[in-house]
Design a protein around this ligand. Sequence first.
Ligand SMILES: Nc1ncnc2c1ncn2[C@@H]1O[C@H](COP(=O)(O)OP(=O)(O)OP(=O)(O)O)[C@@H](O)[C@H]1O
Length: 662
Amino acid sequence: MAGLSKIAPVYRHGFILASSMALSYWWTLRWLKARSKKLLTKDVNSAIGARLMKKDKVAVDKKFLRNILILLKILVPKLISGETFYLVLIACALIARTYADVWMIQNSTAVESAIIGRSSKLFKASLSRFVYAMPMISLVNNALKYGLDELKLRFRCRLTKYLYDQYLKGFTYYQLNNLDSRITNVDQLLTQDVEKFSTCIADLYTNISKPFLDIIIFSKKLTSSIGPTGPSYMVLYLLFSGFILTRLRRPVGMMTVTEQQFEGEFRYVNSRLITNCEEIAFYKGNRREQINIRDSFDRLIKHLRSFIIFRMSMGFIDNIVAKYISTCVGYYVVSRPFLSLADNKYANASQSELLEDYYTSGRMLVKMAEAVGRLVLAGREMTKLAGFTTRVTDLMTVLRDINQGKYVRTMISNASTNNNNINQNSSQPKLGLGKIQLQDRIIKFENVPLITPNGDVLIESLNFTVKSGQNVIVCGPNGCGKSSLFRTVGELWPIHGGTLTKPSAGQLFYIPQKPYMTIGTLRDQIIYPDSSDDMRRRGLTDKDLLELLERVQLTYILQREGGFDATQDWMDVLSGGEKQRIAMARVFYSKPQFAILDECTSAVSVDVEANMYEYCKTVGITLFTVSHRKSLWKHHEYCLYMDGRGKYEFKHIDENTLEFGS
Ligand SMILES: Nc1ncnc2c1ncn2[C@@H]1O[C@H](COP(=O)(O)OP(=O)(O)OP(=O)(O)O)[C@@H](O)[C@H]1O
């Protein structure tokens, strides 16, 4: 303290200020680290917690620049495009706006000089110039706003379309949600994160280019009036403060990523409640669900609170460095020629000349100081953008990997990462991709292992052939791999060895126990996934659909719901059995070579079920059936039995065959 008192007051105050800033930053960072560790340790058993344990660095660095370049190619795919037009429009509006600012400074100074000089002629002339310029300035401001809004919308459109093209290619949407565990809450990424990224990058374009332009234009103007030293000091200060603040703001990127993850988790628990509300209501599970939702919400709020505190502490430093010190530097620079008595320029100047010169240069310098401050603050937006960029590019990487058949699975239990899905273990078959051969009217497994996405081997090597006309009933205890077999046949799960011969995807139809009903008319439910245009192209009409409804004894539904064009929430409006019968009508509409019926007639009466099986036979649809009903065995020629311990049997059904089920 005694040492401090010997230092000149201005340095002493500077020293105290710098120390308090460093202390506040250090304390906040320590507190944040401890808090985030606590939050994650508490949550380590949840999927999101496990994933958050593995944190990649998120910062404005080389990786960020590389990613942003990749994304820019998607946002602005061609030089001559709508996006380029709006980028140019914004740039022109920004230049016009800066010149408008310069003009306003000069005109305001003229108005004030006229008032101080008591010249009504000059006052009227300057004021009328201002009135004439008003519409132009307003037009520039609004052109800038319009250009920016349109650019954000266009960026969002480009990125959303690009990501959905990847996401809905083949079975990527299924595989991302079921086979790969790198991304949770993909809906959050595809909706909110893309929107935030687009807004952030468009805002940054103006937040960087406007102050940058201001600095160039004001430096040029000031250099001609007060010489190059003043503007150079300002630019030097910009470089120095920009460097310091960018380093201090590093945690913002990771915190943005975490915030989006927690937001996604909160959204997910809410949508689970909506999807399963009936089951939860029957269980009276509202209290339990409330605990889940509260947990997730608390985690989000705790994180948001930490973020607010970090922002506050950073804002304290930001304000001082980017606003106040830069204004001080501005005042210092503008005052130098005025305060220096040796300066010839102002030695013999009158009071009003000094005043006019000070107003013009001073205001420009203050504007330049503000621009320097804004540019320094834009660094904060940049770190935030780094967070959104990481989220979007992570999704793009996972989509690309999945499209190339690469999956990464993180085991929640031991938080280990399992590449390409398989636990390497001596008793398991060797890794290597199996082959798929397309051939009509046959399904043939040759040495194909049945492996779950977690890498558990259900059956080491499957070998059997099913030709058209040979219906197969698939049976075995729960969890033995019946549905897994169909996921493999349907190419939802990759084949890890051997050869699978099968018809093309369109010739295989899968019906699950709980059939999916789409958004649309009653007609859309029967012809799903076809559209009405596809139906017309097939040469079918509503009369044919009516026949299909007769086959499944569901014609009454037409009257009840108001015809084929009726639109309802079909998931709710139809009963379980009605949904299953609609699903059977879908099979008859599609007439595939093979249909997989996964307990899909469990809610249909036995006589209706028997009719459906007979009809399939007459139109040549071969069936794979999973069912616990003994009554169905008579419609099948073969039985595939899996014992749940890795063994299976494929055999012809005759009078000696032991029938499973009830
Ligand atoms: N997406 C998945 N990720 C990891 N393991 C899975 C996945 N889907 C299924 N499994 C595992 O594969 C095994 C077989 O499941 P599958 O659904 O094929 O059984 P199933 O024979 O159809 O059973 P059920 O008769 O109860 O419907 C189970 O042990 C299950 O845990």
